[in-house]
Ligand binder design. Sequence first.
Ligand code: PFF
Length: 464
Amino acid sequence: MAKLAHAQWSSRMTFVLAAAGSAVGLGNIWKFPYMVGESGGAAFVFVYLLCIGLIGLPILVSDWLFGRRGQKNPASTMSELARQANKSSMWAVVGISGIIGAFLILSFYSVIGGWSLYYTLNSVTGTFSGQDADGIGALFNGMLSNPGLLLLGHSAFMLLVIGIVAQGVTKGLEGAVRILMPVLALLLVVLIGYGMSTGHFGQALEYMFNPDWSKLSAETVLAALGHAFFTLSLGMGIMMAYGSYLGKEINLLQTARTVIIMDTVIALGAGLAIFPIVFANNLDLASGPGLIFVTLPLAFGNMDGGSLLGLMFFLLLTFAALTSAISLLEPVVEFIEERTPLSRVMATVVAGVGAWALGIAALLSFNVWSEPLMFGMGVFDLLDTLTSKIMLPLTGLGAILFAAWCLERKSVEAELAVSHWRKRMEHHRALCSARGCHRCLRHRLTLSRYGPASWRGCSITRCF
Ligand code: PFF
């Protein structure tokens, strides 16, 4: 995105795919299920969905709105918009803290990307075949206790990310995301089907959607809020940077709704695929970051065609992680490139190697450096907690405050095309009621989204 020199996305679809490529990743398939397991199930899911709808949606729209207005990298965008509004340039802190957050997340994200690569290889060699829960558990623990292996996976993953970002070929990934999303959704459907065959699907549904409110605590709410930010890639300037390439004609609310639905469906699908296997094998619900790596291989090892499905799944997971990781590195690179004389390639190498080095500390906290470093947590947990539970919500809050404080209500409304929509609705309502048409609401949406061409063959056109 950096090297597009403020060109615009070629279409709304392209933009949706890029945003979804960033949003859908390890957060949906790896992190969401284990957070549900650790936080006690449906109460967490419920709060998470609320956070997505009530907080995630407006922040996503604000990020895009700022980006479209500011037309620069997140830090410069914030100071430019503040300058235009005659406010302190200190607002740039919101952009800068987002960039630091992205760097920190990338460091541990890449470690999990490495796990995914390792499991892709294991699928090729048929390691999961016929294994029971103990065998799969031993494989996972063997990986965790081997720093060399973790380092290899982490390094390979980060090299891929650096290579792609250095070449600035992020645009080419849109085509891949176009294939990734549907195939990923299809694979999850197959796995949910497998979950149904275990006879524990009802229990999983109950666990995910029938809240036991006694499990709700301030900690759960904070975890759900933080995860809503993480999964939608909010509070890190990424969506702001994407927004800077948005054309004025794109409807922000509608587009945000599409991206959020895709993201949420994949996360819930992953939960529905994983929990029946957990219940069927009496696995530990709260087994943490290893949850998908000890459940899904069990399914792949014991179902017909499981080797191929396993291979496809872990490849797709790696790919989904890559598209998100690229979006994490990009704003850091953009920032370094703008503020230093370094070339794009050098900026990418500096940022990537920095995140890689920090990732080493994170991966060592699973084995040789497992004793707590601070607040009872090792480096991996510290990085995760600091970013998801503190930095992302605070940065997101900063963005909302900025919109409320520094931007004029009128101009925000203009950006969201509120008056355009209002006028259009009034116009149609007047016409429709004059001619007795009762379906103008649906009609209005159709017209606005697809333009007059979609009216062809629609009987309602008669009333105009
Ligand atoms: N949203 C990504 C996921 O759910 O895996 C992770 C992520 C990407 C977080 C980009 C933050 C970000 F800026």
